[in-house]
Design a protein around this ligand. Sequence first.
Ligand SMILES: Cc1ncc(COP(=O)(O)O)c(C=O)c1O
Length: 448
Amino acid sequence: MKTIIEPFRIKVVEPLKMTTRAERETALQKAGYNVFLVPAEDVLIDLLTDSGTGAMSSEQWAGIMRGDESYAGARSYYRFEARLQEITGFEHIIPTHQGRASERILFELVGGEGKVIPNNNHFDTTRANIEHSGAKAVDLVIDEGRDPRSRHPFKGNIDLDKLDGLVKEVGVEHIPCVMVTVTNNSGGGQPVSLENLRAVRAFCDRHGLPFFLDACRFAENAYFIQQREPGQADRPVTEIAREMFSLSDGATISAKKDGMVNIGGVLLLRNEELYIGARNLLILTEGFPTYGGLAGRDLEAMAQGFEEVLHEDYLQYRIRSTAYLGEKLLASGIQIVEPPGGHAIYIDAADFCPHIPRSQFPGQALVCALYRHAGIRGVEIGSVMFGAHARMELVRLAIPRRVYTQSQIDYVIEAIQEVHAERDRMRGLKIVEEPPVLRHFTARFAEI
Ligand SMILES: Cc1ncc(COP(=O)(O)O)c(C=O)c1O
């Protein structure tokens, strides 16, 4: 059969509040045209992020009840540790409260003034943590990864020639590690091939460099490898994921994505010295090493989530349902980053509303238009988020895991088609208030 159905049934429901266009207009104005500042209750379909917004399974909720809340040596930690060791092959498994806590610890240890850290595309919190340490974050994705129309199957790949150029330019002694984000969130949720990861490993070995993964969406990346990479079709996703981890020296993970939980993170390390440094920093701000800023019940939910995310029927549904949204938009003449990514669809806002110049934030204008028209919340990934570093003006519609049904996604498609038909009426924005870092979260705008 062609229809790929949700491989679960609904046991608990959460009613949605319907709002009028006038109510949404008021909410937008109150929020300074920044949908991060709109109360979630006033959002109908929330595609702001796939991070921490997924639905947990009955087994995860059962784990919540099993949680051992002992301060030290909790049973839940050992279950979590064993599961992560089995999936990733790493010895040192450090729980953190979320991905950015893992990043903060790692870059406090390896970052600092004068250092340069390459990645395919740094996620905003990764970049911010690197820069906070005094180091510089550099994006080296392949050129196809910057072209929304390129159908390259692994647009998340890092460009080895650019990496080589960086080493020659700044000197290997200034590069504490190479990082690769799988899948590449800021570059359109695009996967990285095993071939590319193996090449990065060989490059790092040649130069004596550690190699870290930002592995928030490791399972989705592993599934893309199975589906698209020559020679990988017959391998189980679990085996591919394990090889991805085996190629690296460490990984930061936000478990709010492929960990299938609402809160949680992991830092994986191989090097003993680095592990001891990380454990000390963990105790300073997160907590004792067997809970790391989380409750025992959270560790139980993570242990179960990391197992469920590797079920191939789940991954097939997940990747196919995201592609469904993307393909329908493309068929309506709406340019997205092609091919559809794993966790989200990225609309090319510069193409959607060419009459709005980059200086007037076309992505933010489209985010506001979608909310105003249909109560849909997306997020700008462009000049608002990355300032001068922005390469594209995108609007990301991130799909929470196991949350929305196909009819709700059909509603989203219809709404975007209607906004597209009237796009000439959309107006640009100017910033009227902004914080010094990560401005997209709290900046306020005015319509021009
Ligand atoms: C690729 C990537 N890295 C890091 C993070 C940060 O994770 P967290 O939000 O859990 O701090 C995210 C979150 O969206 C992400 O997508």
